[in-house]
Design a protein around this ligand. Structure first.
Ligand SMILES: Cc1cc2nc3c(=O)[nH]c(=O)nc-3n(C[C@H](O)[C@H](O)[C@H](O)COP(=O)(O)OP(=O)(O)OC[C@H]3O[C@@H](n4cnc5c(N)ncnc54)[C@H](O)[C@@H]3O)c2cc1C
Length: 407
């Protein structure tokens, strides 16, 4: 049993938000859907003076929060939301593998470094069940364990780390000074900024998707797969590497995983394709697309039906899986940049050969950078490479300042 118990219902948007927040912070919790669960209802009522307020979140010390905001949850979990200083050599936006690697390199060179992450440290790697292709781990390694190792190493070198804090603006203040503003209203000044904000899951945009997110439609098998223990069928949308990998992971919870792919063949690596095609609990449906997600009758708000279109004939069909996991690609997390930094046509950040963006002193690396390979090993490699470029840039600024003073 986890230390934290979350009581709620699948139709409750605040419950979904709270669950997502805890998952993002990689905090273990047990989920109690109080719909039809008398013991769960009694617990919620007992804690809220007879009222049914959800989510009600019970902590290890037996305290609880009813319908908490993300900020209240962050405070309860003891997450620092403001940094200790206001001026750093380097501010890193995004604490995934790229940002954390740069932080380790920079701090080892005595650069005062602050990492700010809007969710939990570790990025996508931290929420990936198992990484089998990261060099140095012949048996593979769990994403959460690897992320914890990155964080511990960064902490060892004195990097300051903020979680659950979004960066909202990066402003070039002139005179080689950059200002980083956060959603908490704090401003941090630095001579260099690294944007390592990665990418986000793409949605199908099929009818009904938004309403059913967290109530049968998911984007993270690690976070939500265990909810389907003992189920009969799960759908995976997307036949690329992520879809196949996560589909294989989901087979431990269900009798059958059906991969739905728009194209006329799977797109994942040959090795993964072989595993999927020979797996007794996996089926593949090619040249099909989701057109709608519909809730069950009876007002439970949970997913009941998935409508699919056969792209060859246009024929519609229905399936009734217990859950759907969508893995159809990524969009860069660059929305907060507005038009201040040059982006490519897919809104990934454009950099030069030194990872510098169109704004002097602002660098970008990892999955958010145009042309990056969206792999953990390359994210870590780019993190190291950009750290060295930032070091060189700051050395040049120091030299220019010294020459200016002696002129
Ligand atoms: C399901 C899945 C399975 C994968 N499996 C593998 C695998 O087996 N092998 C492999 O090599 N790679 C795998 N990858 C890819 C790998 O995880 C990524 O390439 C890697 O995590 C990219 O690192 P990153 O630091 O650039 O970005 P991310 O890991 O995306 O981290 C970016 C961070 O920035 C934060 N952020 C975003 N916007 C803001 C903001 N405005 N303010 C502050 N913080 C912000 C985010 O919260 C996030 O923590 C997988 C990815 C997924 C999704």
């Amino acid at each position: 049993m986890a230390e934290i118990q979350v009581y709620g219902a699948s139709w409750c948007p605040d419950c979904r938000r709270a669950k997502k927040f805890l998952s993002d912070q990689r905090v273990a919790f047990d989920w109690h859907d109080i719909d039809g669960d008398e013991a769960g209802i009694r617990e919620v009522e007992a804690r809220n003076g007879g009222r049914r307020i959800i989510p009600t979140i019970v902590f290890g010390d037996d305290s609880h929060l009813a319908e908490p905001s993300n900020e209240e949850l962050a405070d309860k979990l003891g997450l620092a939301r403001s940094a200790m200083q206001h001026v750093y050599d380097l501010v890193i936006v995004g604490g995934g593998p790229t940002g954390l690697t740069t932080a380790i390199y920079a701090a080892r060179e005595n650069l005062e470094t602050l990492v700010i992450d809007s969710k939990g440290l570790g990025g996508q790697a931290g929420v990936t069940e198992r990484l089998d292709n990261y060099p140095g781990f012949p048996e593979g390694i769990g994403g959460a364990e690897l992320a914890d190792r990155f964080v511990k190493q960064a902490e060892r070198y004195g990097v300051e780390l903020l979680q659950a804090v979004s960066v909202t603006t990066i402003t070039d203040e002139g005179h080689r000074e950059l200002d980083v503003e956060t959603a908490t209203g704090d401003h941090y000044h630095a001579r260099a900024v690294l944007i390592a904000t990665g990418s986000s899951y793409r949605r199908t945009d099929a009818e009904g998707e938004d309403e059913l997110i967290g109530a049968g439609v998911h984007f993270c098998a690690t976070c939500d797969g265990p909810f389907y223990k003992g189920s009969s069928e799960l759908l995976v949308i997307g036949g690329g590497n992520s879809g196949l990998e996560e589909g294989l992971f989901l087979t431990q919870f269900t009798d059958m995983v059906v991969v739905v792919e728009r194209g006329d063949r799977l797109r994942g690596s040959k090795l993964l394709q072989d595993k999927v095609l020979h797996h007794p609990k996996m089926n593949v449906l090619l040249e099909h697309a989701v057109t709608a997600f519909r809730p069950k009758d009876g007002g439970s708000g949970k997913l009941g039906t998935v409508e699919l279109e056969d792209l060859r004939t246009g024929a519609r069909s229905e399936r009734h899986p217990d859950g759907v996991f969508v893995f159809i690609g990524l969009d860069p997390n660059t929305g907060f940049l507005g038009e201040r930094i040059a982006l490519d046509d897919r809104r990934f950040i454009v950099t030069d050969a030194t990872f510098m963006t169109s704004v002097p002193g602002v660098f970008a690396a990892g999955d958010v950078r145009g042309g990056s390979t969206k792999q953990l090993a390359s994210a870590v490699g780019e993190g190291a490479a950009v750290a060295i470029q930032i070091r060189g840039y700051l050395d040049r600024l120091d030299r220019e300042r010294d020459e200016g003073m002696s002129a």
